[in-house]
Design a protein around this ligand. Sequence first.
Ligand code: HEC
Length: 134
Amino acid sequence: MSRRTVVSGVALVLAVAAPDMAIADQGRLDPNTLPVPPGGTREQVLLGDKIFHGEAAEGKCAQCHGADAKGTANGNDLTLGMWIWGDGSVTAIKTTIGHNMKMAPGMDGRLAPGDVDAVVAYVWALGHQKPQAP
Ligand code: HEC
């Protein structure tokens, strides 16, 4: 086995381990400080935070969007208040997630209807944070 093979083997092990490291809570926002969407509740935002980070409903969101929701190579930044799909309203976010759940069952986790509403409230809150002071 050449030295090159050994080196790429190490790189492969690191790449396989990386998804778990991405779940680490670096940059995770305090859901108590996030805004609550119109018609939603603080409880939904709190549950949505748990789902997003894999602590409820087997949610997988943070694996692709990052614990800080600022995106990874596999999922876009959800904190900018700019949206690829829809206008960032509760209704539009819910449509996007519902579409994903139909196209790729299980990819987002195992979300009951109440879980969807909660994670939608959380994603809405991520995108509607007050601008931070510089
Ligand atoms: C396997 C990776 C993956 C997982 C898991 C995942 N997403 Fe995504 N998500 C993406 C990608 C990639 C996009 C961008 C899709 C596009 O550009 O068409 C996206 C787009 C979105 C959007 C639309 C963003 C926009 O700008 O309009 C929302 C909202 C969203 N995801 C929320 C979630 C939530 C909530 C979960 C967990 C319940 C989740 N995602 C799980 C990869 C993922």
